[in-house]
Design a protein around this ligand. Structure first.
Ligand code: CAA
Length: 259
């Protein structure tokens, strides 16, 4: 599939997506949103890779939704735009493989929202996170008010959204917005190492755990535990579960097949 605004490379069963509109700091225009959406939909059933990494070319991860397009919207278009962004972030969140954000630089507005839709956020020391929409007279529109509050708590989310201030990578880690911080030159190596480590595990177990965690966060604890019970039982129908336990008891490494 041909893309204009993203570069997709497959390396050792890892799909690496590089946001590539460097002249606009990788801002998300409609076309880029559609390309990302298309990637995830197209590869929904593709078992040739086990993990996705999203990163950005140049000094930004993604500096937000494209403001030149936002400035052209009326109420009707703004609602549709928000819907498309929310649809994309939900697609990523529900994608049946882990998606790692390797946040190399500015992750602002829609960029922070894109990173928050990923399962794990690894940040370079150069990364900066923020929801600066109030500076434009706007509010976050791709899930920021919801996911940020869930990740960092309502007080800190309100502080970040009301002030529009950016936080650096270490502060992002401190508040739970970034999961790890690495020197810039190590970011992609560390992201690849993590992706390959995840790839060495049983893929259906990883996908099931992702689904249980995500579904559970939307409901109360009892319902969440019910999801986990069903996931735990269902996984016994996989060859990998049998192989994993057998390998342990035979004191050898497991060979998972994703079946
Ligand atoms: N949309 C469109 N273009 C953008 C952009 C964006 N979000 N962010 C940066 N650019 C463009 C700039 O206009 C500039 O283009 P020109 O060279 O043609 O002038 C180019 O990228 C480089 O940017 P700067 O010269 O501004 O770079 P800088 O290093 O001085 O500043 C920055 C970097 C602090 C990130 C600054 O660019 C900035 O504040 N960008 C806007 C960030 C923002 O407000 N994001 C939220 C957007 S709204 C949103 O995302 C809503 C939502 O939730 C869906």
């Amino acid at each position: 599939m041909e893309y204009k605004n993203i570069i997709v490379k497959f390396e050792e069963r890892v799909a690496v997506i590089t946001m590539n509109r460097e002249k606009a700091l990788n801002a998300l225009n409609d076309e880029t949103i559609a390309e990302l959406q298309s990637f995830f939909r197209h590869h929904w059933l593709d078992d040739s890779f086990g993990c996705v990494i999203i990163t950005g070319a140049g000094k930004a991860f993604v500096a937000g939704a494209d403001i030149s397009e936002l400035a052209q919207c009326d109420i009707k278009k703004a609602l549709k735009k928000s819907m498309l962004g929310i649809y994309l972030t939900k697609t990523i969140e529900n994608f049946p493989k882990p998606v790692i954000a390797a946040v190399n630089g500015f992750a602002l507005g829609g960029g922070c929202e894109l990173a928050m839709a990923c399962d794990i956020r690894l940040a370079s020391e150069k990364a900066k996170f923020g929801q600066p929409e109030v500076n434009l007279g706007l509010i976050p529109g791709y899930g920021g008010t919801q996911r940020l509050a869930r990740l960092v708590g309502r007080g800190k989310a309100k502080q970040l959204i009301f002030t529009g201030e950016m936080v650096d990578a270490n502060e992002a880690k401190r508040i739970g917005l970034a999961d790890e911080v690495y020197p810039a030159e190590e970011l992609m190596t560390k992201a690849m190492e993590m992706a390959k480590l995840i790839n060495s595990k049983a893929p259906i177990a990883v996908a099931t755990a992702k689904e249980c965690i995500n579904r559970g966060l939307d409901v109360n604890l009892s319902a969440g535990l019910e999801f986990e019970k069903m996931g735990f039982g269902t996984i016994y129908g996989t060859e990998d579960a049998m192989e994993g336990m057998k390998a342990f008891l035979e004191k050898r490494g497991a060979e998972f097949k994703g079946k």
